[in-house]
Write a protein that binds this ligand. Structure first.
Ligand SMILES: [Zn+2]
Length: 204
């Protein structure tokens, strides 16, 4: 999120947010500073998306603060018309509750999604612009292997997450096998999804 890392990603599509895990390590003052930095980047139109933000129930000590910050991120995404990239761990019902109270204007991308078919259906019902991103879980999680083919292709993304040793081409290949569709077709579908959710100032 600093100047240096942004320069490195020049020409790429950048997202910035405060990860729920960071709340253990940073003070409130430091988090406020990060919020300020993100706000500046958004105003300068340097971001493709907001996030990761999210709710991780493996860290209950910071849960309240996570939710507070999630709302801050989601409002920012709504105000500036940017997609929201969401870290979600055992928090499906939290997002359902939030969606019931206050439907968003921006697309929500649930990254490294680990929920079930029921949750996907419910999220899509409450927010049709929900997207589900998958990485290595399509290989190592039997639940996700089963889930992937049931998700509408128009809502799918693929990722390596933070695992630098993974090759995104490999993930696409595995996904096309699991879904049972042609690799190039899958690529073009995900590209269409990317274009569809890209903010207007970047979609030309
Ligand atoms: Zn995450």
């Amino acid at each position: 999120m600093d100047e240096l890392s942004l320069q490195k990603t020049k020409g790429a599509y950048t997202s910035a947010g405060i990860h729920p895990w960071w709340l253990e390590d940073f003070t409130r003052a430091e988090i406020l500073k990060l919020q300020d930095n993100i706000l500046n980047l958004v105003r300068e139109k340097r971001l493709w998306a907001i996030g990761e933000t999210g709710i991780d129930r493996v860290y209950p000590e910071t849960l309240e603060y996570q939710i507070e910050l999630f709302h801050w991120h989601r409002e920012l995404a709504d105000d500036f018309g940017l997609p929201l990239v969401i870290h979600n761990v055992r928090s499906g019902s939290d997002f359902l509750n939030i969606l019931k109270k206050n439907p968003p204007k921006s697309p929500w991308v649930f990254h490294d999604f680990r929920g079930n078919e029921e949750l996907v259906k419910e999220l899509l019902r409450l927010h049709p612009e929900s997207y589900f991103s998958f990485g290595i879980s399509i290989d190592n999680s039997p639940q996700i292997r089963e889930l992937l083919p049931t998700i509408p292709l128009s809502q799918v993304f693929l990722e390596t997450d933070s695992q630098k040793h993974l090759d995104i081409h490999e993930i696409y290949l595995r996904a096309s096998e699991k879904i049972g569709i042609d690799l190039d077709f899958l690529k073009s579908q995900v590209w269409l999804n990317f274009k569809r959710i890209s903010p207007q100032h970047l979609s030309q």
